[in-house]
Design a protein around this ligand. Sequence first.
Ligand SMILES: NC(=O)c1ccc[n+]([C@@H]2O[C@H](COP(=O)([O-])OP(=O)(O)OC[C@H]3O[C@@H](n4cnc5c(N)ncnc54)[C@H](O)[C@@H]3O)[C@@H](O)[C@H]2O)c1
Length: 446
Amino acid sequence: MAYETNRRQFLKTGTAAGLGTVLGGISLAGRAAQSEPLAQKIKLPPIDKVRIGIVGMGGRGNALLSNFLNMKDDVEIRAVCDIYPKRAEAAQKRVVRANLAKPEIYCGDEDVWKKLVDRDDIDAVIITTYWEWHTPMAVHAMKAGKYAGVEVPAAYTLEECWELVNTSEQTGVPCMMLENWSFRSDNLAVLNMIRKGLLGEIVHCHCAHSHDCIDHFFFDSRTGMDRWPAKYLVEHNRDQYPSHQLGPVISWMDINCGDCFDYVTATSTDAVGINEHFADKFGPDHPNAKRKFAQGDIVTTVVRTKKGKSIVINYDMQLPRPYDNRWLIQGTRGLYNEQRNAVYIEGQSPKYHEWEPFEPYHEKYRHAWTREPTLGGHGGTDLRELKLFVQAVKNRTQTPIDVYDSVIMCVHGPLSELSIAKGGVPVKVPDFTRGKWRTRKPRFAI
Ligand SMILES: NC(=O)c1ccc[n+]([C@@H]2O[C@H](COP(=O)([O-])OP(=O)(O)OC[C@H]3O[C@@H](n4cnc5c(N)ncnc54)[C@H](O)[C@@H]3O)[C@@H](O)[C@H]2O)c1
């Protein structure tokens, strides 16, 4: 039987430290919430320009700001915020250099963002801060009636997943995790192929986030000392970055609109690579060459859905390797393999049981969103997702990625930790839609 994520089971079985409140929070939060359709309580008229506040002016905040500066007809940057005054001031200068009105800055401490969110001249808040702030900031924004656009992962714990869902339902304000890989041109063409039935009935998927982030994201590349996310590798063993790999997958598999995650099992390797990296680069006496990291090098999570499909998800962010997502989606009539950039479709591919190139399919099934060339980071996906987010705010409609999709892309993070801690046991995934997945129709990229 799957490990039930509720308080009674938790108390009976015990588990890794820190998960108690998480599990306790789920059932309570789930009961308290209303299940009113989203974006229906917002009775505001459409707007011509979206007034934006950005919190977190580090690498990602500046990358997203660059995209907003290319959308001058549609957005105004009203305010920017960072703990560090220099970062907030630098962002303010960038906006002014782009010939836009000077945004207000908020800086100096880690709670000052509330003043930005509470302004009455802001329609949407973009959150690009440390992980622990994503959910509190998005919740505060929704409660203040502002659309929340929150970087990955939108939630780190199960309790946070429920907080986002409950708040969005109770306020009627949309919350979109800014999962850019959902908007990739190749992934959208595959979605079109699936919707046209080329692959038959979808059965199985593989995906990964294979991205060596030891030398820049988790640690400082010059000194090897911790950056803010390093603590997660010391304290947790789980899929630490759960959403990039799942971005396209949830729409490929109609998750939350026809199917639903049922349970996950997860297995981790030992933690070997981080120590070896630091010993090689800085010598055996570097503190991180000897430190004990909880985080295993590779985590493999397997999801089984209520409709009997499976998804293999790899976390792979601390061994030396080129970037890769290893997407593979397989149905009863064929499959797409991103690594091979190839497809095989039974009865249609020229040679029996041999791959054919994906590129002609990419062109033939190109999604309308990707017909015009898009500039900007990550192959244009960042600008595309922000334009669609802004369009939803302007029209006061639901965002392309809604709160249910946002949290389902995050939840195997904490659940993989629970499964690993219990020796790979199956862990039940809460149904964040509260049964609505049975009747909800696909709406992403329709
Ligand atoms: N979607 C993507 O492709 C992508 C790429 C990179 C990073 N990210 C995500 O973006 C987020 C930021 O990553 P980054 O690489 O820019 O990190 P970063 O350290 O460069 O920037 C984070 C910034 O947030 C600020 N900050 C943190 N807490 C704050 C608070 N309470 N109030 C105000 N400012 C605060 C920090 O001072 C820092 O300037 C992370 O959650 C990361 O996972 C997403």
